[in-house]
Design a protein around this ligand. Structure first.
Ligand SMILES: Nc1nc2c(c(=O)[nH]1)N[C@H]1C(S)=C(S)[C@@H](COP(=O)(O)O)O[C@H]1N2
Ligand SMILES: [Mo]
Length: 361
């Protein structure tokens, strides 16, 4: 079926940061490649020739090794996981309404998407080279270098997560070769964790006894108290995603016929939790109704929901919140979670709908 390429909201061309409209994400377990958000830090996307690319695995390992793409694919079994990626900055625009966040990309609801990823398990590669028992972290380094700071994109994950069977070195996305802009030839996919840990254009895996000292681990992607300013080592590094949800259809501000309105959205539990309930409200949370949940496509994916609401003519704000399997629920107010880098806005989802009474006669 030929479809038009999805229209993206481009926040910046270089680095390329873009997100789809929320309605494009609605009702699909897998996000089409042309509607998958892009989040980059470097001005230029690195140009990598897969024929000469190699992955270096070093640090606290018994047998440091270098794998060509062919060697990686031949030596390690391919595994598939359906995983939702979500940028820590998703929904930042809701925090900017509370207080400005100069210099931070004003992401709407679309800095998230779900794909079927296939590749080698990072655990299999690490076991192959032999991990030193004193190691605690795994540093993942990409090929791209931003203007400021002038260092490659590198972050780390704790060894325990790196060894979990769901963490992939992916070369395929939605049954196609991984697109260059999503990190080809090989990217990391760290299910349940903020998108920043899923390093694209992977070049090096370094086993270590400390987290990465790089900018994106030690300064950025950390949760700070509201009155703190970012500094090396301040705040806590963001790892597992917090429970979140959004309304995906109708669009925010849409005009709909008054009466029964079909509202749909997604919920994402984050970490290794699952979505257990989604509530919707048309009176700002005074009363709630339970939404119907679609199956969760995988432990690592979002779960779509829908509800039929009876809307009177006029303007109604539809509110939604999700609960996860650890009894976590979204907070009501973005002001409660405002933080100086504008991360993890998981306040209740809110869209405004204008219901139009049917014309008589
Ligand atoms: N090498 C590299 N990996 C990266 C990034 C980057 O800028 N460079 N951005 C990270 C962030 S913040 C996110 S949210 C995801 C976005 O992945 P996507 O562009 O494929 O959607 O990639 C992560 N991996
Ligand atoms: Mo991100």
């Amino acid at each position: 079926m030929a479809t038009q390429p999805a229209e993206m909201t481009v926040h910046s061309a270089q680095p390329y940061n873009a997100e789809p409209a929320r309605t494009v994400l609605a009702g699909r377990d897998l996000t089409p490649l042309d509607a998958f958000y892009h989040r980059n830090h470097a001005t230029e996307q690195p140009r990598i020739d897969p024929a000469t690319w190699s992955l270096r695995v070093d640090g606290m390992v018994e047998r440091p090794a270098t794998f060509s793409l062919g060697a990686l694919r031949e030596r390690f079994a391919e595994h598939t996981e359906v995983v939702t990626l979500q940028c820590a900055g998703n929904r930042r625009s809701g925090l900017i309404e509370v207080a400005d966040l100069p210099g931070e990309t004003p992401w709407g609801p679309g800095a998230t998407g779900t794909a079927r990823w296939a590749g080698a398990r990072l655990a299999d590669v690490l076991r192959d080279v032999g991990v030193d028992p004193a190691a605690t972290d795994v540093v993942l380094t990409g090929a791209d270098v931003a203007d400021e700071p002038d260092e490659p994109y590198a972050v780390s994950v704790p060894l325990e997560k790196a060894l979990a069977s769901e963490v992939l070195l992916a070369w395929s996305m939605n049954d196609a070769a991984l697109p260059a802009e999503h990190g080809a030839p090989v990217r990391v996919v760290v299910p349940g964790w903020i998108g920043a840990r899923s390093v694209k254009w992977l070049e090096r895996v370094t086993v270590a006894d400390a987290p990465s000292s790089g900018f994106y681990q030690a300064v950025a992607y950390r949760l700070l108290p509201a009155d703190a300013s970012p500094a090396r080592g301040r705040g806590v590094p963001l790892g597992p995603i917090a429970v979140n949800a959004d309304v995906l259809s109708p669009a925010d501000g849409a005009e709909v016929p008054a009466g029964r309105v079909h509202v749909t959205g997604y919920a994402l539990a984050g970490g290794d939790r699952t979505v257990v309930r989604v509530d919707v409200s048309t009176d700002d949370g005074a009363t709630w109704a339970e939404a119907d949940l679609a199956p969760q496509a995988s432990r690592w994916s979002w779960r779509h929901w829908h509800a039929d609401l009876d809307l009177p003519p006029g303007t109604t704000r539809v509110v939604a919140r999700a609960w996860d399997s650890a009894a976590g629920v979204q907070p009501a107010d973005p002001a409660e979670l405002w933080n100086p880098k504008g991360y993890v806005n998981n306040a209740w989802a809110r869209v405004t709908l204008h219901a139009i009474a049917a014309a008589d006669g």
